[in-house]
Design a protein around this ligand. Structure first.
Ligand code: MCA
Ligand code: AMP
Length: 531
């Protein structure tokens, strides 16, 4: 149960009535032209409440945001973007980036955000796979992007200072736009997630997937127009874009929209905010700052953590310091959020809580549910579960059962009362600072280097990022140094995927079946301090 202090804080919210967006009341049953646009954006057209506060202090009202979305929807349509077309967006986190998400919805397009750290080589793959009609990139990357797109898609720019062809074109357009009809099962977004096979897969997310999850989370976490969210996550992933922004839009909440993560900025905003959503690294970094105290967080209502396991020691240290029990939840790109610890109830360290309303979670052995308390594969079914992988029907069939259950690759336990704990992963995956890194993708790049015989990429514990990437590499006659390998992978992989160290070795440890034993490598190197 929440302690008395939390209860008082929860009751102490301003008297502003809860924002009653029709979709929050009626879910997908609302009769609409365009499911997500009509639920998240249209209701705010006349609202002069503040939606975004930016780093320079400027405040964007909801009405101004709706108008900007319309201007950018005109830009998309005039650029030839038709309903169902993909719009690739690899830009800094700006007002126009989030307005572009709204514009893609209003124009009936499919929003495809990309990590700004991706290299040209990674970008080329996404462009070839998704065949977008339009790419919006940072002005500084325009030449590279034009090269990567081989002129098949139109390219517009948005620079870190907000300038560029997207914004200048947008400024000239009308502030209203006739919304393109889109139903619940039309695609709203395509989000790439790497895989154990090494090739990234585009998860097709429908309007239903995104709206149903936003409605569940908004209700469960009691997000209202009284809330002010400290938003320091990137907006090219599910967490920062859908979990944080869709719930805020649905509730009509205010968002302190930070261009990046910065402890000083967060500490400055916490006293005038009510909500923070972050990956565990946010919380360990905040705990590293002595300004984080119980009085600093007096107005805060809720701290949410996800995308990576939150250590029990972080959970406890945060409660000891602030009096708040962090609410941990669990999700995936393919499924949106799956489970959450309760808002009014026991938020247990080491557990990701209960299945969200409308979402079924089974713990299985080969598809057959196991008894409570037994370890098995976490499988998920519900409106939140994606529509399959773009252009990959075989991959979809491998992971999405005919009965609608999606096989997560995470291993878990369900208690008698339905509480889920994640106990491991069947997939070979490293999560560093909330970013997923698939060893196979890195091994493929290292193995392609002349002189490399084979490699094994694995994760070791890291106090800041949770896990760090290391690589054990076997070279012909030890002909390469770690630095030479690092130089060769530089143009091919985003920096956050780069191994922090290369262990040059004569042979990889293998079991009797010949399989590389990554656990042996992990154990041998787990106590090394990785910067
Ligand atoms: C940055 N670097 C990293 C990471 N982030 N290295 C490993 N892992 C990382 N996560 C590297 C950069 O490449 C750079 O390397 C150096 O660190 C400094 O970069 P900088 O940008 O200054 O880092 P930072 O600002 O300190 O970023 C740390 C961060 C960030 C704030 C924790 O990684 C972050 O925002 N993470 C959140 C990711 C997220 O949103 N995940 C949700 C995915 P060099 O010096 O060598 O150049 S959605 C999801 O997982 C599911 C659906 C879910 O459940 O939510
Ligand atoms: P992705 O789909 O790439 O964003 O990453 C999803 C994966 O992140 C899941 O399959 C989990 O392995 C992991 N994940 C997300 N939230 C949590 C959490 N609260 N605890 C542990 N792992 C998590």
């Amino acid at each position: 149960m929440l302690d008395e202090r939390h209860r008082r804080l929860a009751m102490n919210k301003k008297s502003n009535p809860t924002y009653a967006a029709p979709a929050l009341e009626k879910g997908l049953d609302i009769i609409v032209t365009n499911t997500l646009y009509d639920a998240l954006i249209a209701p705010h057209a006349q609202s002069h409440a503040v939606f975004l506060t930016l780093d320079d202090g400027s405040r964007i009202t909801y009405a101004a945001f709706v108008a900007r979305v319309a201007q950018l929807a005109h830009v998309l349509r005039d650029a030839g973007v038709k309903p169902g077309d993909r719009v690739v967006v690899q830009t800094p986190k700006l007002l126009d980036t989030i307005a572009l998400y709204g514009a893609a919805l209003q124009a009936g397009a499919v929003y495809l955000p990309l990590n700004t750290a991706y290299t040209k080589s990674e970008l080329t793959y996404f462009i070839e796979d998704a065949t977008p009609a339009l790419i919006v990139c940072d002005a500084k990357d325009e030449t590279e992007v034009l090269d990567a797109s081989k002129t098949k898609a139109l390219v517009l720019t948005l620079a870190a200072d907000g300038s560029g062809s997207l914004s200048s074109e947008g400024d000239k357009k009308p502030t209203s736009f006739k919304t393109v009809p889109r139903g619940p099962d039309d695609l709203a977004a395509l989000l790439y997630t790497s895989g154990t096979t090494g090739r990234s897969k585009g998860a097709m997310l429908s309007h239903r997937n995104l709206l149903s999850n936003a409605v569940s989370l908004t209700k469960l976490w009691q997000i209202t127009a009284d809330d002010r969210l400290v938003h320091a996550l990137p907006i090219f992933h599910t967490h920062g874009l859908f979990v944080a922004m869709n719930t805020s839009l649905l509730a009509g909440a205010e968002v302190r929209f930070m261009a990046d993560f910065d402890v000083d900025k967060i500490i400055a905003e916490i006293p005038v905010s009510t909500l923070l959503m972050g990956v565990p690294t946010f919380y360990t970094r905040l705990l590293g700052d002595q300004r984080l105290t119980e009085s600093l967080v007096e107005k805060m209502r809720l701290f949410v953590s996800g995308s990576a396991p939150l250590l029990a020691e972080t959970h406890k240290a945060f409660e000891d310091r602030t009096g708040h029990r962090i609410l941990e939840r669990y999700g995936m790109t393919e499924t949106n959020m799956i489970t959450s610890n309760p808002y009014d109830g026991e938020r247990l360290a080491g557990s990701v809580g209960y299945a969200l309303p409308g979402t079924e979670v089974e713990i299985t052995d080969g598809g057959t549910p196991v008894a409570p308390g037994e370890v098995g594969m976490i499988e998920v079914r519900g409106d939140n579960v994606f529509r399959g992988y773009w252009n990959m029907p075989e991959k979809t069939a491998e992971e999405l059962r005919d009965n609608g259950f999606f096989i997560t690759g995470d291993l878990g336990i369900k208690s008698d009362d339905g509480r889920i704990s994640i106990v491991g992963r069947q997939k070979d995956l490293i999560i560093s600072g909330g970013y997923n890194i698939y060893p196979k993708e890195i091994e493929d790049v290292i193995n392609d280097i002349d002189g490399v015989v084979e490699s094994a990429v694995f994760g070791v514990p890291n106090a800041d990022f949770g896990e760090s990437v290391l690589a054990a590499v076997v070279c012909e006659n030890q002909c390469l140094s770690g630095q030479e390998i690092a130089t060769q992978i530089e143009p091919k992989l985003a920096r956050f995927k780069h191994p922090r160290r290369y262990i040059l070795t004569d042979a990889l440890p293998r079991n009797t079946m010949g399989k590389v034993q990554k656990n042996v490598l992990r154990d041998a190197h787990r106590d090394e301090e990785i910067a």
